[in-house]
Design a protein around this ligand. Structure first.
Ligand code: HEC
Length: 205
């Protein structure tokens, strides 16, 4: 056989191998993850225990399928029902403080301790203040957020819910659950809200 033919045979074999590939099971994946992590300082192994939402979303990503619609609806409804709105009814804190929180990627790592003040690391995924040139693009740009949407009650509730638990709107959102997972305090969420919604914030200039 000539070389071209051999190449053809090789390519066909490779294609067959790829099309018969079965993804590892959830148990196999967990085994690998568990065997490569160890407890250190505040980072405990219970972090590897997935919630039902995380299991469903990981399974779907691993098998390249969608989470069944009924499960998606349930995940979103549960997330929304558990949101805690500000106790004093005030939505907005200090936008300057909000900018610091959005910039800070500190917290919840083994090198932190239980006194570390967590940041939001929002710039890792979003463009927010137009003055900050270093930002990620996993999430949509939030420049002009308040200017575009205003500060009505429904917008306040929507934005607070997004930050508290983004899974209320997108079952398998990749945005951290800042309120639900205890990453940011109520006061910090107010500050980040002000960064997005206060008319004086650089975001809305
Ligand atoms: C790991 C990436 C990631 C981080 C970090 C992140 N977000 Fe997001 N965010 C997203 C994605 C992705 C979306 C798009 C919707 C979705 O998938 O849920 C989004 C959506 C949003 C929305 C809704 C935007 C709209 O047009 O309605 C707001 C508001 C928001 N994020 C604010 C924040 C704030 C404030 C922070 C920091 C406290 C933050 N995000 C941190 C990924 C992230």
């Amino acid at each position: 056989m000539n070389r071209i033919l051999w190449l053809g045979v090789g390519a066909a074999a490779l294609l067959t191998a790829c099309s018969t590939f079965t993804p590892p099971t959830r148990e196999e994946t967990q085994q690998v993850v568990k065997s490569s992590f160890r407890e250190r300082s505040i980072a405990k192994l219970d972090r590897l225990n997935q919630t039902e939402m995380q299991q469903l979303c990981s399974d779907a990503a691993r098998t390249k399928t969608d989470v069944p619609l009924a499960d998606q609806k349930r995940i979103m409804a549960q997330a929304e029902a558990a949101v805690k709105f500000p106790a004093d009814g005030k939505w907005l804190g200090d936008y300057k403080q909000g900018e610091r929180i959005a910039q800070s990627g500190v917290g919840m790592q083994w090198s932190d301790n239980d006194k570390t003040v967590n940041g939001g690391n929002c710039y890792a995924c979003h463009q927010i203040s137009p003055q900050e040139l270093s930002h990620g693009n996993i999430g949509p740009p939030l420049v002009g957020y308040g200017k575009l949407r205003g500060t009505s009650e429904p917008i306040m509730k929507y934005t607070w819910t997004r930050i508290w638990n983004s899974h209320a709107f997108n079952a398998c959102s990749t945005m951290p659950r800042y309120g639900a997972a205890g990453i940011l305090t109520e006061a910090q969420i107010k500050d980040v809200m002000a960064l997005l919604l206060d008319p004086n914030s650089p975001v809305n200039k």
